[in-house]
Design a binder for this molecule. Structure first.
Ligand SMILES: Nc1ncnc2c1ncn2[C@@H]1O[C@H](COP(=O)(O)OP(=O)(O)OP(=O)(O)O)[C@@H](O)[C@H]1O
Ligand SMILES: [Mg+2]
Length: 731
């Protein structure tokens, strides 16, 4: 880190500050309170912030805000830190100069700053310290000896000194590396454990190769034997099955031949039976012909009887008709007689009525009757005349009616006489004789036509039977059937009937052989499957053997790596390289430089020594960094020396520390500021100025003092003045 430019507004005694640092040793002089410490301390404030929690105490009195900006160079890059305070709010910005804008462009008109952090001040602060490789305490103990604080290193606790030294030497990196290597070592240890157990398991599997090889041999043999046995049994099964099949076929052929003989015999027998049946039919035909003659006679008698019965029936019907006619005429005559009887009665009553009417008329006409018959009232003459008229008309009508009745009576009398005459003319014939006998005989002969038809039919059947058995075809058929029978019997005699159960026996033998073949095949299969499994296991065991060897090689390799890592962890660990750096490098370097400077500054302390380990009363070794001062009289603690003597030692040790820091490759520390180191006499101050001048090449070295004569000892100087508008820097 090398500061380039510092600007500020409203910062402590400065209203405005703009200071460009220059390489080389610069004396910063000015009166008390002029603002020297403010100027130099601004670098610490810019880089690390205020020591108190807030920037507020640093705000120039009367100002409402403050801004401080430090541009610095580090490892070839330019950075800018800006801190501000306004209305209780602090800001922090870290930026890097975009060099691409500047390269090849002399007097670039504008600079471009790229923000590195935003927002979170703690992160920005961490980044700043990471970039410059310095913490505040290292900064204060080495390159900035603040006013009245030059004992930051010497006055610190031994443990803190160790930490400052560790910071200065960036020993944390070793611890980080150590942790990393430790993690790697643990991972390797785990791998070693894993590979060891894997190797153990593989060895165990590999050991199985021997027994598996033996078992595989046995199994191969078993597979071959069982397969051969299975093949034999299968052949036996096939042979027996074939034999059973042949026996079945022979049995079927014998059965067919037997059935053929039986069928031929049956057909022949049936044919012969038909022949004898024809013979019987021929014999029966004669009987049937006799029957037919007898029946024909009966049928003729029956026909004659039918004619006779028709005749007798007609006679009987005529007799019945005559009887009916006579009865009918008698009944008609009876009816007419009754009519005549009723007519006689009517004639009598008509005569009586006629008499009554005649008498009545006479009484009316002669006046005997002079009142009404019905009402018994006296009748006037007119009424008697009317009644007489009416009676006369009635009498006339009655007389006509009597005449008509007499005509009717005469007609009836004629018809009665005619009926009686007709009845007398009718003769009733005698009933016919023998009709019942004829009917009885006809009843006996009733079925004769049917019997004739039956006999005729039978004769036709017997005729056909006889005729059929008497043809050439029939005879040829008989010859053929007897030939077929003979042939079938010949064939049957040629076939040997198989022994009963022979086929079943062969079948059972085939089944048994098949079962045995299956059992052998199953055993062969099982042995084969086991062989496959054993072969796979064997391959695994052989692979395991190879893997085991590889695992052992890998384990050896890991062991070797682990050894390296273990050694690296020890080397990176606290007692390793860091201890070596501290003990063998840094401390001798600091001591040498400090003692070199001490010898030039002069004083009672001739040498300082830094001791790292201190044994406690209990025998424990404490991590510490003690400073021991040696004089011509012996060694003493630093605090026992005078202020000036202590100041010399402090300056010497600080410069020794800076030396170590500057020799660290990553720090690029090119800044050294001493603010009024106290207690130096003029000779000491002169020596210090000389020492600083020697270190100033390419470095910004500032020495602040209110002693204006100091300016003479430096090539360049600035004066800080305090005016009414605040401090200002003058050349
Ligand atoms: N916040 C502030 N506002 C205004 N002035 C301040 C503020 N803080 C400090 N000062 C003043 O700034 C002045 C400069 O102080 P500084 O310590 O820089 O002086 P100096 O030049 O180093 O003096 P010395 O030689 O005594 O060490 C002092 O007078 C101090 O009181
Ligand atoms: Mg001061």
């Amino acid at each position: 880190m090398k500061p380039i430019r510092l600007t500020a507004r409203g910062y402590r005694s400065f209203d405005v500050l703009d200071y460009a640092f220059v390489d080389g040793a610069t004396a910063v002089t000015g009166a008390n309170g002029a603002g020297k410490s403010t100027l130099i301390g601004a670098v610490e404030v810019a880089l690390f912030g205020p020591r108190s929690r807030s920037l507020e105490p640093l705000v120039r009195e009367g100002n409402g805000e403050m801004q401080i900006t430090l541009e610095f160079q580090h490892a070839g890059e330019f950075y800018r830190v800006r801190r501000g305070w306004k209305k209780g709010k602090s800001t922090l910005d870290l930026e890097r100069l975009d060099l691409a804008d500047l390269h090849g462009v002399p007097d670039a008109p504008s600079q471009t700053w790229a923000a590195l952090t935003q927002g979170n001040a703690a992160v920005s602060q961490e980044l700043i310290e990471q970039i410059i490789g310095l913490s505040r305490s290292t900064f204060l103990a080495s390159c900035y000896l603040a006013q009245r604080e030059s004992d930051t290193f010497t006055g610190a606790q031994p443990r803190d000194r160790k930490r400052i030294l560790s910071d200065a030497l960036a020993l944390d990196q070793w611890q980080t590396d150590c942790d990393k290597v430790g993690a790697d070592r643990l991972a390797f240890e785990r791998q070693v454990t894993e590979i060891s157990s894997k190797a153990g398991a593989l060895a165990e599997r590999a050991r199985q190769a021997g027994p598996l090889t033996l078992e595989a041999g046995d199994l191969r043999l078993a597979v071959d034997v069982e397969a051969a046995l299975a093949a034999d049994a299968a052949l036996a099964a096939e042979t027996n099955a074939q034999r059973a099949h042949e026996l079945d076929q022979a049995d079927t052929a014998w059965k067919i031949a037997t059935a053929t003989v039986a069928a031929a015999r049956a057909a022949d027998t049936a044919h012969r039976e038909k022949l004898s049946a024809a013979q019987v039919a021929r014999e029966r035909l004669d009987g049937q012909a006799t029957d037919l003659v007898r029946l024909d006679g009966l049928d003729k008698e029956r026909a004659d009887l039918l004619v006779t019965r028709d005749l007798l029936t007609a006679q009987d019907a005529a007799r019945t008709e005559a009887k009916r006619r006579r009865t009918e005429l008698a009944s008609k005559a009876d009816s007419l007689a009754e009519s005549l009887s009723r007519a006689a009665t009517i004639t009598t009553s008509q005569a009586a009525e006629h008499l009554r009417l005649t008498n009545t008329l006479a009484t009316i006409e002669d006046g005997t009757i002079n009142h009404c018959d019905r009402c018994q009232q006296p009748l006037p003459d007119e009424a008697r005349a009317a009644a007489a008229g009416s009676l006369r008309r009635e009498l006339a009508e009655h007389t006509a009616a009597i005449a008509r009745h007499d005509d009717d009576v005469r007609d009836v009398e004629q018809r009665f006489a005619a009926a009686q005459d007709a009845a007398r003319t009718i003769t009733i014939p005698d009933p016919p004789e023998g009709l019942a006998d004829v009917d009885a005989r006809l009843a006996q002969l009733e079925r004769v036509p049917v019997e004739i038809a039956t006999v005729r039919e039978r004769i036709a059947g017997l005729d056909a039977q006889v005729a059929a058995a008497d043809t050439d075809e029939y005879r040829e058929r008989a010859r053929l059937l007897s030939y077929e029978l003979a042939e079938a019997e010949l064939q049957l005699s040629a076939i040997e009937a198989p022994a009963p159960g022979a086929a079943d026996t062969a079948r059972a033998a085939a089944l048994q052989a098949k079962t045995q073949a299956d059992a052998h095949a199953a055993r062969a299969r099982a042995a084969s499957e086991r062989l496959a499994a054993v072969t796979a296991l064997l391959e695994q065991a052989q692979t395991a053997l190879v893997d085991h060897q590889a695992a052992e090689l890998e384990r050896d390799r890991l062991h070797a790596e682990l050894d390296i890592l273990t050694r690296l962890e020890q080397a990176f660990g606290r007692d390793g390289i860091p201890a070596w750096i501290v003990e063998s490098q840094a401390l001798p370097q600091i001591e040498n430089e400090a003692n070199r400077i001490l010898s030039r500054l002069g004083g009672a302390i001739s040498r300082v020594e830094l001791r790292t380990e201190r044994e406690t009363k209990t025998g424990k070794v404490n991590e510490a960094l003690d400073i021991v001062c040696l004089t011509d009289d012996g060694e003493r603690a630093l605090e026992t020396f005078s202020g000036g003597e202590q100041s010399r030692a402090e300056i010497a040790l600080a410069l020794g520390l800076v030396d170590v820091l500057q020799s660290r490759r990553d720090t690029d520390l090119r800044y050294l500021a001493l603010d009024e180191p106290s207690g130096l006499d003029s000779q000491g101050t002169e020596a210090l100025a000389e020492i600083l001048r020697e270190r100033a090449a390419g470095t910004v070295v500032l020495l602040a003092s209110h002693d204006a004569s100091l300016r003479d000892q430096f090539d360049q100087s600035i004066v800080v003045e305090r005016g009414p508008s605040g401090s200002r820097v003058a050349a």
